[in-house]
Design a protein around this ligand. Structure first.
Ligand SMILES: Nc1ncnc2c1ncn2[C@@H]1O[C@H](COP(=O)(O)OP(=O)(O)OP(=O)(O)O)[C@@H](O)[C@H]1O
Length: 257
């Protein structure tokens, strides 16, 4: 791994990933999806993971949230090392938004149920007021409260998924290609919503995308992944100036023009 530029927010680390290996299966079926990945994300920073399909980007997010159970190395969130079991308090700090809003919402649960149950599980009791507020915060408003997923567009569903992720008042959002399943016309709306939410709440983002223009718009720094390894960490300004050092990052930049 190549070290990236340091910035002021590096003083307050939200997330540290050190020497992370993640694998699936055993013996001959074993796939080493992430190899020796290390990076830090400062509080309030937005950090991108880019790379071609299969390079291990989503697997890093999944290992952080516990969805990929076989890993070694260190994952440290707000100075607390994460073990194999995540305490409930972990999900008050860290939430994930998935790529496909069609798959991530239960078809028979209304928006009210989705948000209300999440709030209840996280110990909130002023649930009605919070559901209304969450719907406003993601630009949907009360009229969507009692709708079911099939009554919502892709963009509206993703807004509900974002509201659900915001419900526990997290500090770190893991965003796994949050707009790639959406129509191009709504992608920018969702990205703008995410940018506004981060600015309003001082959220920290770790965001996966295969789209360098999305990362350029949303992130401060990024890591370029290839075959499970981080080959370069760079400032987004260097991305804009086409200053990638590693040959693979240069290739990725050229391909995105
Ligand atoms: N549950 C799983 N079981 C076995 N192999 C897996 C599993 N999940 C991911 N992999 C493998 O791990 C590697 C990394 O996959 P990952 O989804 O992290 O890549 P990615 O960079 O996010 O790509 P994409 O943009 O296509 O999602 C791939 O070789 C993939 O086939």
């Amino acid at each position: 791994m190549v070290g990236g530029p340091k910035r002021e927010w590096a003083y307050m680390k939200m997330l540290e990933v050190k020497g992370l290996n993640v694998w699936f299966g055993t013996q001959r079926d074993r796939v080493d999806a992430v190899k020796d990945a290390s990076f830090e994300v400062g509080q309030g920073e937005s950090f991108g993971l880019v790379g071609e399909s299969g390079s291990g980007k989503s697997t890093i997010l999944r290992a952080i949230t516990g969805l990929a159970p076989d890993w070694s190395g260190d994952i440290v969130v707000e100075a607390a090392a994460i073990g194999k079991k995540r305490p409930k308090s972990f999900f008050k700090t860290v939430q994930m938004v998935f790529q496909d809003p069609y798959a991530s919402l239960h078809p028979r649960h209304s928006v009210d149920q989705v948000l209300g149950e999440t709030l209840y599980l996280h110990g909130f009791r002023d649930i009605d007021a919070r559901v209304v507020k969450l719907l406003e915060d993601v630009g949907l408003g009360q009229k969507f409260r009692f709708r079911y997923p099939h009554q919502l567009s892709g963009g509206q569903r993703q807004r509900v998924a974002i509201a659900r992720a915001l419900a526990p008042e997290p500090e770190l959002l893991l965003l796994d290609e949050p707009t790639s399943a959406l129509d191009v016309s709504v992608q920018a709306e969702i990205l703008n919503l995410l940018a506004d939410l981060r600015a309003d709440r001082g959220l920290t983002y770790l965001m996966v995308s295969h789209d360098l223009s999305v990362i350029g718009h949303m992130c401060d720094r990024l890591a370029v992944m290839k075959d499970g390894r981080i080959v370069e960490i760079m400032d987004v300004e260097a991305l804009r100036q086409m200053e990638a050092k590693h040959a693979y990052s240069q290739q990725l930049l050229k391909a995105s023009l």
